[in-house]
Each structure stands twice: as C-alpha cells, then as structure tokens.
Design a protein around this ligand. Structure first.
Ligand SMILES: C[S@@+](CC[C@H](N)C(=O)[O-])C[C@H]1O[C@@H](n2cnc3c(N)ncnc32)[C@H](O)[C@@H]1O
Length: 186
C-alpha cells in the first residue's frame, strides 16, 4: 500500500539513524516519535511545552524499556541551549496534541526559529522531517511560513522535498523532508 506521510517520515529518518546518532523530537506529544527515534539512535532530545507530554512520553518509554531519551520541558526554539552535539535526524509534528489541550499549538515564529537552529546543527547527511498539520486555526499561516522558509534554503547546502496527498478532502497532513548536503558557509 502507498505510504502515508507519517510513515514516510519515519522511513526517511530511519535510513540515516544508527547507535552513534543524536536525534531530536521537536514536538514530543504522546511520545510516538520519541520512542521511534530512541529505538534507532544513541540519544534523543525531546521537547514539549506541556508537562503532560513529558509524563505520557516517560510512561511510554518505560513500557518499551528505553532509557536513552532526555525529555525537556521547554520550547523547541531552545534547542541550541539543550543539545550540544551535532544532530543526525530531527522531526516536527506541527499543530496540537489531540488528546490534551487543543489551544496549545506550535507557532510560526518559534517553529521557524527551531527549524533554522536544527538545520544549522544537522550533520552533513543528516535529515529533518516536518509533518505539517494545518486544519486548525492558525495552522494555515504556520504551513505557509514553513513552506516559504524551506523554499529559500540554498540548494547547494540542502535538498528539500514535499510529500502530500492530492485528492483527499479537508486538510490532510503532509510531509516536508530536508537533507543536509554540505556545511553552511557564512
Ligand atoms: C501534533 S503534537 C505532537 C505529536 C507527537 N509527535 C506524538 O507522537 O504524539 C504537537 C505538540 O507540540 C507541542 N508544542 C507546541 N509548541 C511547542 C514548542 N514551542 N516547542 C515544543 N513543543 C511544542 C504541543 O504541546 C504538542 O504536544
């Protein structure tokens, strides 16, 4: 069966992960992506601004016997203050966490700040996956801001791709994939 964007996001990152790799889950939520990354990497730094996300993710990791994730109660825009190592793979799931507080959403300014810091810190060959959910209020603005930003990336430094359902009703989530080809030269 054809892959859903969320499944492709994991496959895309899995290809570059190994037990030496540092990974970032920029939007921890229920911890699905944190658990996925923790299985395949040396260490995961996971961010969320909701205490409940950290609790749910900690429970999930404990159930799976995974202890290589650092759960950080802070916005992903502070990634530069928390992650000292170069990053092999990172993921964002933009929007809100359905099971909890729908008013806590990712926002264009902080999302772009985090994306640019992560791209700067990606290893050459490292990858970033951004799942864009945009059906909620404010989601469309964030979607446009992210797409505009990604389109400006220097093509000699990054390759960027889009994977999007074309014939589904409503606003199905889609995937932006970025790979770093070379160091950023100022
Ligand atoms: C769509 S959910 C993530 C789902 C998650 N990947 C999972 O597997 O369940 C988006 C999450 O981003 C979080 N969030 C909102 N603003 C944030 C920020 N500035 N930094 C980090 N997380 C943020 C929300 O609290 C919410 O849990």
């Amino acid at each position: 069966m054809i892959k859903r964007p969320i499944h492709l996001s994991h496959d895309f990152l899995a290809e570059v992960l190994d037990k030496e790799a540092i990974a970032v889950d920029a939007t921890m939520g229920n911890g699905n992506d944190t658990a996925f990354l923790a299985k395949l990497s040396k260490k995961v730094y996971a961010f969320d601004v909701q205490e409940q996300a950290l609790q749910k993710t900690a429970e999930r990791l404990a159930q799976l016997g995974l202890n290589n994730a650092e759960l950080i109660l802070a916005g992903h825009e502070t990634v530069d203050q928390h992650v000292p190592e170069a990053i092999r793979a990172a993921i964002f799931n933009l929007g809100y966490l359905p099971s909890v507080d729908k008013s806590i959403i990712t926002k264009p300014d902080t999302t772009l700040s985090a994306i640019s810091k992560i791209l700067e810190r990606l290893e050459v060959g490292g990858r970033l996956a951004i799942m864009i959910y945009y059906g909620h209020e404010g989601g469309s603005m964030e979607k446009d801001a992210v797409l505009e930003y990604i389109k400006t990336l220097d093509q000699t430094v990054f390759t960027a791709m889009l994977y999007q359902p074309l014939n589904q009703i409503n606003t199905p989530p889609f995937l932006v994939m970025v790979e770093k080809l070379a160091k950023i030269v100022d």
